[in-house]
Design a protein around this ligand. Structure first.
Ligand SMILES: [Zn+2]
Length: 415
């Protein structure tokens, strides 16, 4: 399977200029090619082939006056931009044809200079890891990278991004062999909690740590302050930067914490079942649109790839499944429960239930049933066979800053 490893990079002023023009050129190629395809489509003409676009919008464009500056950046960046556009189209077509699972994918959109996240991609011809820990990137030079632990294997591609706070990141894709953990005789169902972050079928609750809740609170306050500033004013611009910085801080901390929690769950259990919130939002009213939801899908994604990586079973339980209405003791369907009902007594067997704990137990039973029916085996098989090309973010502990008490390695050792 493929994992992503992220490192913070610190380009100097001239490197930042080189990267800025690469971001710009990649965006122009993307937009030029997208326009050609849109116009062809509008005129009833066939889909414009990549080879034609590559010739017209990259190779030949460099010799025209208005696109001569495309020659200043790595050709790999431009080719990858076109390839990314092809992938975006393929995802869109697959989604329309119903070949793609999950959320509907819209057609590719034009990119703007004002997009919060700028990115370019390189293949192995255009970057290399240096012995001194720096990363050489074509036409930008050797980028300084924050001290990190080593990559498990040679990377197959590199994405350079700049976020809205002006931070640069290098993200490597690495093919990883599964690291199968010793088998256990324990499984767990997990429900998205109302009061806690998540509730496990054994009755324990996972709550986000106080530092994260505090950071989220501060973000909300800064957003309120931003909305009160006059449009176009200097103070508004300042407040916007503050919000962006706090946003990044919250996202980083939340991700680190999700990694910790998901690793623990995967280590402790042979099989993990979760409720799937992605299923078309059926009957989903509670906690809708909350910070909670966004966090949950990222957390579930981590559980899924770590299960695949460590040889654990993972299954999602359909949201349509009424986990909060059924008595987990006797299976009686007790009817819908309003949100404020935290505890209820089964009308059939008299068991007193904590709402969230009962739901988690139901997720566990439904998950076991799905696995016994053999509905997830194929999914796991495809993971281990490496057919799934989804790239997932690797844990920070594996890839990010060194932990306390561990020897610090300067940068990424040469591979
Ligand atoms: Zn009952």
């Amino acid at each position: 399977m493929q994992l992503r490893y992220n490192y913070r990079a610190y380009p100097d002023a001239s490197q930042r200029r080189a990267l800025a023009s690469a971001f710009g050129c990649a965006r122009v190629v993307w937009n030029d090619c997208l326009r050609d395809r849109k116009e062809a489509h509008a005129a009833g003409l066939p889909y414009v082939k990549s080879a034609d676009l590559s010739r017209l919008r990259i190779t030949q464009a460099k010799h025209t006056e208005e696109r001569a500056w495309l020659a200043d950046v790595s050709a790999v960046v431009l080719q990858q931009s076109l390839r990314d556009l092809d992938t975006a189209y393929k995802n869109f077509f697959d989604s329309v044809k119903g070949k793609r699972q999950g959320r509907k994918v819209g057609p590719p959109r034009y990119k703007s200079k004002k997009d919060t996240r700028q990115s370019i991609r390189f293949n192995t011809n255009a970057f290399s890891l240096r012995d001194d820990g720096a990363v050489y990137v074509a036409k930008a030079g050797s980028l300084k990278v924050k001290c990190s632990r080593r990559l498990p294997a040679a990377p197959t591609s590199l994405t350079v991004t700049k976020d809205s706070c002006g931070r640069y990141f290098l993200s490597f894709v690495v093919d990883t062999e599964p690291d199968i953990l010793p088998g256990l005789d324990v499984d767990v169902g997990i429900d998205l909690g109302l009061s806690a972050f998540a509730v496990l079928s054994d009755g324990s609750k996972i709550d986000s740590p106080r530092f994260l809740r505090r950071a989220e609170k501060k973000l909300k306050r800064l957003q309120r302050e931003l909305s009160r500033k006059a449009k176009g004013s200097k103070n508004r611009a300042k407040a916007r930067i503050k919000v962006a910085r706090q946003h990044a801080k919250v996202a980083d901390r939340r991700r680190d914490w999700h990694h910790k929690a998901s690793t623990q769950i995967i280590r402790d259990n042979q099989a993990v079942y979760v409720e799937d919130l992605a299923v078309s939002g059926l009957g989903r009213t509670r906690l809708a649109k909350s910070v909670h939801d966004a966090g949950w899908s990222a957390f579930v994604g981590m559980l899924e790839y770590k299960a695949a990586l460590h040889g654990r079973t993972f299954a999602k339980v359909d949201r349509a499944f009424p986990s909060s209405q059924v008595c987990s003791a006797c299976g009686f369907r007790d009817g819908p429960k309003p949100l404020h009902v935290r505890e209820w007594t089964c009308g059939e067997c008299g068991t007193v239930h904590d709402r969230d704990h009962n739901a988690a137990r139901n997720v566990l039973f439904e998950g076991r049933r799905i696995v016994a029916a053999g509905r997830v085996e194929t999914q796991n098989a495809s993971w281990s066979a490496g057919k799934t090309r989804t790239k997932v973010p690797a844990q920070r502990g594996e890839a990010g800053s060194p932990r306390k008490g561990q020897p610090t390695q300067a940068g990424i050792p040469g591979l």
